[in-house]
Design a protein around this ligand. Structure first.
Ligand SMILES: Cc1ncc(COP(=O)(O)O)c(C=O)c1O
Length: 382
């Protein structure tokens, strides 16, 4: 599918925008795409990009050469996948409205319902499409309670096996999303074995099974051949097409948030305030209370700073760092890991300047694909 050139503000300009901006490195994305391609070839799985994690569509024309399509959490994401990525469109939502179904059914190959009640309500309306049900396998891997889909009272997927078996004739596939940043192949293997055993009667009757996202298979030291063998064994055993829905693994370490120091204040420690905010421009780190990674800090120098954001939130802090040289006003501070769950969740908190989005293309050209200004802030509120 073609990128809409008209909406790319400045093409091949070879200059960076003013800070703050997100900088996506296409060469890094390509490197990850080759890892995904390798897994697909070795295991027969199909990989659909989880748009909830990364939706910056001006790089989709690169990604769609190596992936099989997209999966979504809403009608708008499904539509973006359909318009800009192409290939397979999987539509899922925690709950669809009637209007949602009318919209997604026109553009989706698969509709995955989160509950048996939604499956029954909308089944007749989406007949002819591949229909799936999300199952909560009651096993999961997550370092964070907030991201654990199998936690107590979870609304994400059905867990009562008898009730699921009772509607098996209405579905061709199921989705289990039960991992978050799972880098432990032994855990993955053991958990998949449990799922295979518990749900075997159902699995033998299906055409496809999605194992969701949350598996760190594109990381450098991940045993990808063992992973591929396990997926292919599962697929052969049940004669199903296996899907993965990588979000973070598709764009791991592929972007930075480029900021500049606006001021340095002191309160027991030196605090450098940069022209971006964790709450507005790197929300995930705030939600998970994780420290943002700053490359210069890895040098473990003698100059300690708290890097803080420019909003009014007292907790707007990227983290504590040790730099090799002292910071001064105007210095550039690159905040790493800014591809996954960042651009999709940026917001206008405090009316702060919105970071532009720039892409370093494989040939080195810089495309600034998004710039927002005061009018966009105003328009978002009235
Ligand atoms: C259903 C589903 N699929 C895929 C993903 C992508 O997960 P990740 O970005 O951890 O790979 C998520 C994330 O929450 C999800 O809920």
């Amino acid at each position: 599918m073609e990128t809409k050139e008209s909406t790319i503000l400045k093409k091949n300009e070879n200059t960076f925008p003013q800070t703050p901006y997100y900088l996506i490195d296409e060469s890094k994305i390509l490197n990850i795409m080759k890892r995904i391609q390798y897994l697909r070839e070795k295991s027969g799985v199909r990989a659909v990009l989880a748009l909830k994690c990364f939706s910056t569509w001006p790089v989709f024309s690169l990604m769609n050469q190596y992936m099989d399509g997209t999966t979504s959490s809403s009608v708008y994401e499904a539509r973006l996948g359909f318009e800009e990525f192409g290939k397979e469109v999987h539509a899922y939502a925690a709950a669809f409205s009637e209007n949602d179904i009318a919209d997604v059914k026109k553009i989706s190959d698969k509709i995955i319902f989160n509950s048996i009640s939604q499956l029954k309500t909308f089944h007749d309306e989406v007949k002819g499409l591949e229909i799936g049900l999300r199952v909560n396998p009651q096993v999961s891997f997550s370092h964070y309670d907030i991201a654990d889909p199998a936690k107590r009272y979870s609304r994400l997927g059905e867990k009562d096996y008898e009730s699921i078996l009772a509607v098996q004739d209405l579905i061709n596939g199921v989705m289990f999303h039960y991992n978050c940043e799972n880098d432990d192949i032994e855990n993955f293997t053991a958990t998949l074995d449990k799922i295979s055993e518990k749900f075997s009667d159902l699995l033998y009757k299906l055409n496809w099974v999605s194992l969701g996202g949350g598996i760190s298979f594109t990381s450098d030291d991940y045993p990808v051949d063992v992973f591929a063998a396990k997926l292919s064994e599962f697929s052969k055993k049940f004669d199903v097409q296996v899907y993965l829905e990588p979000g973070e693994a598709s764009v791991l370490e592929c972007a930075q948030l480029v900021t500049q120091v606006l001021d340095i204040v002191h309160n027991e420690k030196d605090i450098a305030i940069v022209n971006a905010s964790i709450g507005a421009h790197k929300v995930d780190d705030l939600v998970y209370r994780s420290e943002a990674f700053i490359e210069a800090h890895a040098e473990n120098g003698d100059y300690e700073y708290i890097i803080a954001g420019n909003s009014c939130l007292a907790g707007d802090i990227f983290g504590h760092y040790k730099f090799k040289t002292p910071l001064k006003v105007g210095d550039v501070v690159n905040i790493e890991n800014a591809a996954s769950y960042t651009m999709v969740s940026k917001n206008w908190f405090n009316g702060l300047r919105m970071p532009a989005i720039a892409i370093k293309r494989i040939d080195g050209a810089i495309d600034v694909v998004q710039r927002s200004g005061y009018q966009d802030f105003k328009k978002s509120l009235g």
